[in-house]
Design a protein around this ligand. Structure first.
Ligand code: DGY
Length: 322
């Protein structure tokens, strides 16, 4: 029996590419250049399994071809706002993602951004490298203490809980959160966390960390009005999706001192960065590194492989979205 044909849109870590080659008739992307919508359409018409990642918009148009041969979309990444699940379901496609394996790494980045923004770590390093440092003094680059402060999570799923665990058990922080689908009470009790509305989280927190999905339901949730509800000394962290924040509203808030700072790993319209952010010394900016550890990126690939294995064995893949 011939091996199923698998098309992968971007370069994956070497060990998982080696397994793909062993198991499938695979088309890899050595150049690592993103596919155009036309190329994705063509790929869907010429494979059994199509493996995009979170930067490939597999939208209704890409899924509109009348000659789709793919039966499964095995997406590499946990977020799925780049996939039109309704369109995929209507075409009879199975769609999977890669949850769990990137939880700890993404929580590490959220916590890293929180610490960096609170303690001016990026700014301090730039200061040192510029040769401007004249030595220790009592009032030099004073920042905000983290221990014992309140962390507010908007969205309280796996990554938020892992961030809360770091903040609560590592830094003695109080946890408040908002989520339309809260976890079990025993999970909430573990952190002594308090559930409240988004607005209350914004008003009561010293640090606000976004952990909700992207897409139309959360588009610009953090707009001018809601950012304005945050405390003047508060810091906003985003390791979720860029479009949850209205860039212009945040840039103005950072420049006017409406809030004290931000730590951002994701941006609306990324990889294009709104130049306004570059003028904000009080913003820590990272290029979407949440899951970027070697171990995690291999585990994400292995999770796609496991989903494909199950699908081609006639089982229900564990990460089936539709
Ligand atoms: C995801 O998986 O959704 C992240 O944004 C990238 O790892």
């Amino acid at each position: 029996m011939s091996k199923p044909k698998v098309i992968v849109t971007r370069k994956w870590p070497e060990p998982v590419e080696a397994k793909l080659k062993e198991l499938y008739d695979v088309q890899l992307n050595e150049s690592d250049v993103a596919m155009t919508p036309a190329q994705m359409k063509d790929a869907l018409a010429n494979c059994d399994a199509f493996c995009p990642t979170v930067t490939d918009p597999v939208n209704a148009d890409v899924l509109s071809g009348d000659n789709i041969s793919a039966k499964i979309i095995g997406s590499y990444g946990v977020g799925y706002n780049h996939l039109d699940l309704d369109a995929a379901k209507a075409r009879g496609l199975t769609v999977t993602n890669t949850p769990e394996v990137l939880t700890d790494c993404t929580a590490d980045i959220a916590m890293g951004l929180l610490l960096s923004a609170a303690r001016r770590i990026g700014e301090g390093e730039r200061h040192l490298r510029s040769g401007e440092w004249t030595g220790w003094r009592p009032t030099h680059m004073m920042a905000t203490k983290v221990t014992g402060k309140t962390l507010g999570c908007i969205g309280f799923g796996r990554i938020a809980q892992a961030t809360a665990a770091r903040a609560h058990f590592g830094f003695g922080m109080n946890i408040v959160f908002s989520d339309p689908y809260p976890p079990l009470q025993e999970v909430i009790n573990k952190f002594g966390a308090t559930q409240m509305s988004v607005e209350d989280v914004l008003q009561k927190s010293d640090f606000v960390s976004l952990h909700c999905p992207g897409g139309k339901d959360t588009y610009h949730l953090l707009n001018e009005e809601r950012i304005g509800m945050m405390q003047k000394h508060a810091v906003l962290i985003n390791s979720a999706r860029g479009d949850v924040i209205d860039n212009q509203a945040l840039i103005s808030a950072l420049k006017n001192g409406t809030i004290a700072g931000a730590g951002l790993d994701v941006f609306e319209g990324e990889p294009k960065l709104d130049p306004g952010f570059l003028d904000c010394e009080n913003a820590v900016l990272l290029p979407h590194l949440g899951s970027a550890s070697i171990e995690t990126r291999i585990a994400m690939g292995e999770r796609v492989l496991e989903n494909l294995r199950a699908f081609f064995a006639g089982e229900t893949p564990r990460d089936k979205l539709v």
